[in-house]
Ligand binder design. Sequence first.
Ligand code: PLP
Length: 389
Amino acid sequence: MPTPNVLNFGAGPAKLPTSVLQRAQAELLNYNNTGMSVMELSHRSKEFDNLHNKAQRDLRTLLNIPDNYKILFMQGGGNTQFAVVVYNLLATKRHQIDDLEEEFNPPLDYLITGSWSLKAAEEAKKLYNNVNIVFDAKKFYGSYGSIPPKEDWKLSGSKAAYVYYCDNETVNGVEFNNIPEIDPSVPLVCDMSSNILSRRFDISKFGVIYAGAQKNIGAAGLTVVIVREDLLVRSKNFDNKNSDIPAIPSMLDYKIMADHNSLYNTPPTFSIYISSLVFEWLLELGGVEAIEKTNLTKAKKLYEIIDNSKIYKSPVEKSVRSRMNVPFKIQREELESEFLKGAIELGMLQLKGHRSVGGIRASIYNAITLEDVDFLIEYMMAFERKHCQ
Ligand code: PLP
């Protein structure tokens, strides 16, 4: 069957590189001469073990992950990690204290820049009674689209069990241009679901990074976690005897996952395989440094069109605009459905903004090429000419 000529600008699950899909297709029935599909292999087999370890090594190379960090392949996506970090980093903080003189109740600091960090903070509040909102950008500005200046942040300092933020807010198109500076003794936790592998990061600045695979890593089902080794502790409440912190369910326990090289239970083997192909693809392209350059060019071109237009406008302040998710509005709102319809006719799919914010959103992850973005830009310009005469 011929492949329809389609450009997928969806926010996730998102477009994968065509060559990756073609390779997966070619290998689907017979992986590495095993006579079996990769999804039929035992997760304890030599073939899977090789694939699994190579995927970790390649990711370490791509992100330049220092040796004192573990890579975990977990499940449950970003939403599960919202809870997982609470359990694990409270356990770490508790572990650091030998004699408790007062009630154990350290604050958990949350920076809120959009709907995903808000959701993470709400999940933390469900599990724990001392969540400190360092700022909620919506309360400052009325909507998400800016990050308040550092002097308005209410960080708890060294008391905090961790500081949490989302580096790229997929729905709102807000991306940090710098890693937030915090007390160096406090672990920085980052949701990098929608911009991991899109640009270089100094991993040593983080305590924990996590990302669902379904954007820049591969297929949904896998959640990549990168965690600094000294944060991996055996929880004092391991056997539920110390009731001042919650016990961690085994599947959510970073230490258990790390001790088992993420093979505590059956992992999402096929998703790990797809990720391994994406990592190889990215290495062949020249790694994160190379893709970062392309990503910058793609985003710059798209924002230039929006800023120089009479009908499109960006709801995001220039200094914090995402390079991965570009939301924009059409000034006459009634034109939005015509814009989307015309885009679909040309094969450009999933450009509708998230249901909570409306408008248009072009997600331009690693697998979207410069040519794909040019095609979208041409259409935007033609649409504008049609409606601005
Ligand atoms: N965090 C960010 C930044 C996201 O973009 C998403 C989903 O798109 C999530 C968290 C939630 O991820 P999941 O659907 O894997 O739970």
